[in-house]
Design a protein around this ligand. Structure first.
Ligand code: OAD
Length: 246
């Protein structure tokens, strides 16, 4: 695979690389992306209709069951070559900030030492009323189960449409986008804010921006380099091209 010489040179010389990932980096681990049609039991729903506070208020059991199904997929999944390449990248550049919109922990399981999670984590559960993280709850037939402290519904600790992002994660992500030499946007449709706007912080300063996606996104014409293909193939090849000795 051939890569642009300037991309390779900038990557090798970069002091700080920022990477934003989306559902596409987990696609090769067989976790469906958000904007792919769902199959089987969930085929008649769209994720955008289930991942909202309004959906949870209207039908908490439906939303809880959907997340239980996704949790099962995540637990059965294994990190793929793209996620493993990003874990190796942490040892190849002086500083890497890995920012993800994914809630599946696959970057951590691939070995990435630090991950900024913008949209929470599906493996954590919190009280829908007080936001307190809850590690266990009484075994009842209630779905969703009740909070052991206040009895309100429990919910996954993920960010739903219309909710704010965790402020510290957003601060770290924006800080990295402002300071990095190279910003990668990988496997994201670049449609959901504020994550999709982080890349503009790097562009504004004249930093290099790289998109990696099998398809086009609204940012394809704006980035310095647009790499087309699956991250599980392109990322290992890119690392090999930049650090053949590693
Ligand atoms: P999307 O499902 O919107 O987009 C996935 C992107 O991955 C698409 O642009 C695909 O072309 C691309 N893709 C598919 N297979 C790929 C592969 N093998 N390698 C690389 N890219 C591939 O997912 P996100 O952009 O992550 O938010 O969605 C952003 C947010 O919207 C999610 O975090 C979620 C969602 O609804 C919340 O839940 C708040």
């Amino acid at each position: 695979m051939q890569f642009d010489a300037q991309l390779i040179e900038t990557l090798r010389g970069a002091r700080h690389v920022a990477v934003l990932t989306g559902a596409g980096v987990s696609a090769e681990s067989k976790i469906p992306t958000f904007r792919d049609a769902m199959t089987g039991l969930w085929a008649r729903y769209r994720p955008e209709e289930l991942a909202t506070p309004q959906a949870f208020a209207a039908n908490p059991k439906l939303v809880w069951d959907w997340y239980q199904w996704r949790r099962g997929l995540v637990e059965a999944a294994a990190p793929n070559e793209g996620q493993k390449a990003l874990a190796r990248l942490a040892d190849l550049v002086p500083r890497l900030t890995l920012i993800t919109q994914n809630v599946d922990s696959l970057h951590q399981r691939a070995g990435s030492p630090e991950v900024v999670e913008l949209h929470g984590n599906i493996s954590r559960t919190k009280c829908a009323r007080e936001g307190r993280i809850v590690a266990s709850w009484p075994d009842t037939d209630q779905v969703p189960p009740p909070c052991p402290h206040c009895g309100a519904h429990l919910r996954p600790d993920v960010v739903w449409f219309g909710e704010s992002l965790p402020p510290e994660a957003l601060r770290q992500a924006a800080d990295a986008a402002r300071r990095c030499d190279v910003f990668f946007s990988i496997g994201t449709s670049a449609l959901v804010q504020p994550a999709a706007s982080l890349i503009y912080e790097t562009m504004r300063r004249g930093g290099m921006t790289v998109e990696l996606n099998p398809g086009e996104t609204p940012q394809s014409d704006e980035v310095t380099h647009s790499l087309r293909g699956p991250s599980g193939v392109i990322l290992p090849a890119l690392l090999h091209a930049a650090w053949p000795e590693a």
